[in-house]
Design a protein around this ligand. Structure first.
Ligand code: PHE
Length: 335
């Protein structure tokens, strides 16, 4: 028995040296100190030994147990002290890792394309003031266009921004002209929720101001972005659209990506999908942010990122996107 105890001690010392984490330490602890350990077995079989030997083996067992307990304690402290740096790169990948939302993915794709075209990515507050969300965009309080955007007001007279267009104003104030910015972000409108409407949705605002900027520049940029996002050359068309901060204003449509313009339920048989309101920046808007409309002109657009994600991933119910249903959402993650 004495020999066996010496062997156990040698074996334990060899094993504890190679322990790399707390799970392995727990296993070793129960192997050597647990109820079913060899040391416990030896201790319970000691009863049969003659009294002299019993005393000797008992003392050895206790000594060994104390030594093991002490070593386990030291190893535990050592592992905890370096635990934040203890990555095991050989561990298998956890299949339940988090994933990016489809909106985050398309938002990043659009920003990547715009950055290549020299746009700077900016952001603005979600709780906005009336001036930046409305007045500076040529929407005074008497303007009927305010009713188009059912607004959530805060008790202190601020509001949840109803679009990303206030980011245009903040960028003009901060950087002046010339300017090339994009601002992705969350917007809020007091809408009844159904498969096509949400009270919380994402847009991406784009603005270019320079000398001699024209509608063909707007079309070139829009076609470039959409072709990159959808991975093929897309056809676009402009229809007149009304927004007080652009003149002329347009609705930009893309040829239906599902039926290629032939007509299908997604495009309601029209062959076109409405995707992005846009237009040439209204001279009054430039002037209000101290940019001279006699020298500079510009265009602006507001891509519906929520809508774009739905189109790209064929999501037919907008509510899925804010649902926190991880099973639904993680299937779009391609990272
Ligand atoms: N901000 C507008 C909206 O949400 C969209 C828009 C942006 C229109 C830029 C024209 C230019 O309704």
């Amino acid at each position: 028995m004495k020999d066996e105890l010496l062997k156990l001690k040698k074996q334990f010392i060899e094993e504890i040296v190679s322990v790399r984490n707390l799970e392995e330490l727990t296993l070793i602890k129960s192997k050597y100190l647990g109820k079913k350990s060899r040391i416990s077995e030896i201790m319970s079989s000691m009863k049969k030994l003659p009294i002299e030997e019993k005393r000797e083996v008992g003392a050895l067992c206790n000594k060994l147990k104390n030594e093991i307990t002490q070593k386990v304690k030291e190893k535990n402290e050592e592992l905890i002290s370096k635990s934040t740096f203890d990555f095991d790169l050989t561990m298998p990948i956890n299949k339940n890792r988090g994933s990016l939302s489809p909106i985050t993915i398309v938002g990043k794709e659009v920003c990547d394309v715009l950055q290549k075209l020299g746009f700077t990515i900016v952001s603005g507050p979600e709780i906005e003031d009336e001036y930046h969300n409305f007045d500076a965009l040529n929407i005074p309080s008497t303007h009927p266009a305010r009713d188009m955007q059912d607004t959530y007001w805060t008790n202190s007279g601020k509001l949840l921004r109803t679009h990303t267009s206030p980011c245009q104003v903040r960028a003009m104030e901060k950087y002046g002209a010339p300017l090339r910015i994009a601002a992705p972000g969350r917007c809020f409108r007091n809408e009844d929720i159904d498969a096509c409407h949400e009270n919380t949705f994402f847009q991406l605002e784009g603005m270019v101001i320079d000398k001699n900027v024209s509608i063909s520049n707007l079309l070139y940029v829009m076609k470039g972005i959409l072709s990159e996002i959808f991975g093929k050359v897309v056809e676009v068309r402009l229809r007149p659209g009304y927004f007080p901060f652009v003149e002329p204003g347009f609705e930009l449509d893309v040829k239906c990506l599902i039926c290629n313009g032939k007509g299908c339920p997604t495009c309601k048989d029209s062959g076109w999908l409405e995707l992005c309101p846009c237009g040439m920046v209204h001279p009054k808007v430039l002037k209000m942010s101290n940019i001279d409309p006699n020298i500079y002109s510009g265009f602006a657009f507001g891509i519906g990122l929520t809508r774009l994600a739905m189109m790209k991933y064929h999501i037919n119910d907008i509510r899925i996107l804010n649902s926190c249903d991880l099973e639904e959402l993680s299937q779009f993650d391609i990272m």
